[in-house]
Write a protein that binds this ligand. Structure first.
Ligand code: PAF
Length: 291
């Protein structure tokens, strides 16, 4: 595996792969890789001959009071994991490479509407930062396929919209959420949890699971189910931000006869902000990939 820090070298390598007829998958990350990321890498390798994983802690997607400085950056450990997984390039640019005009003068890519609801409502500007960096990574790498985790479901919907709206010839794949045995979704931010908070954290997934059961039993009182979810989180010591039932395609509110649903929740436990979601399809089939 090669570690590449500049766009020129990366493009030389991808150009030669393309000349040889090889397809390229990109797995964008902010590093601090866990088993969930490695599953995305594995999925990428099933859909393309070459795999590039980018590691870049993107300042543009962090709010002023968020954890940009504290965000873990174990680059050597990440490099070893990616190398063992057979990744071709670890692309680890610095901010001068990604934003040559600086953060204040950078061209921004924004997906209105979708970016200001749910997590976007709680983290103003966050998704504009995500789309601004992901569009650059897509331009730099020009992948055939890009892989994102389903855990960040709203991010996935926004990126799919951006790709469609900008006519980018990139297939977006979603990797299933990887969980601890007690249901807690893997996240680089789980390390902020104290032991007591870690013990309470699986309540997030449990509350979503309970809501799912009610929906499967035919309950369509969405407002009531959402309130019950919020109450369960508060009772377990979370500061609940939202607990919401939406349509999976565009995150709009569902009607009583909506067949496809997604239950999404975000809540804080001490320093950690946790998010999770479960997709519901008519036959209750879990979707792990898709375009
Ligand atoms: O999901 C993430 O880790 C980040 O939001 C992403 C997609 C790498 C953009 O910085």
């Amino acid at each position: 595996m090669k570690t590449v820090r500049d766009i020129k070298t990366l493009r030389e390598m991808t150009r030669s792969w393309r000349q040889d007829g090889e397809t390229i998958a990109l797995v964008p990350t902010m590093g601090s890789l866990h088993q969930g990321h490695m599953r995305l890498v594995q999925l990428a390798s099933e859909f393309a001959e070459r795999v590039i994983t980018s590691i870049y802690v993107n300042p543009a997607q962090f709010g002023p009071s968020e954890d940009f400085e504290a965000y873990p950056r174990p680059l050597d450990t990440d490099r070893r994991r990616l190398s063992r997984a057979g990744v071709d390039i670890m692309f680890a640019p610095d901010s001068e490479e990604i934003y040559p005009f600086g953060e204040l003068q950078m061209t921004r890519v924004s997906v209105p509407g979708l970016s200001t609801i749910l997590c976007g409502d709680r983290r103003p500007g966050h998704f504009d930062g995500v789309t601004s960096v992901v569009s650059r990574l897509f331009n730099i790498v020009q992948p055939d396929v890009a892989v994102f985790g389903q855990k960040d479901y709203q991010q996935l919907v926004i990126i799919r919209r951006m790709v469609e709206d900008l006519h980018l010839p990139i297939r977006i794949l979603a990797g299933q959420t990887h969980r601890e045995d007690d249901g807690l979704a893997l996240s680089s931010r789980n390390r902020y949890l104290t032991d007591a908070q870690r013990a309470a954290a699986p309540t997030l997934y449990r509350a979503i699971g309970h809501c799912r059961k009610q929906l499967l039993a035919g309950d369509r009182n969405y407002a009531h189910l959402e309130q019950a979810g919020m109450d369960a989180l508060q009772a377990a010591g979370f500061v609940a931000e939202y607990f919401s039932i939406r349509k999976p395609g565009d995150l709009s509110p569902p009607t009583p006869d909506s067949e496809y649903l997604v239950i999404l929740a975000a809540a804080r436990l001490g320093e950690a902000r946790l998010i999770d979601n479960v997709l519901m399809e008519p036959a209750n089939r879990a979707r792990s990939t898709g375009t």
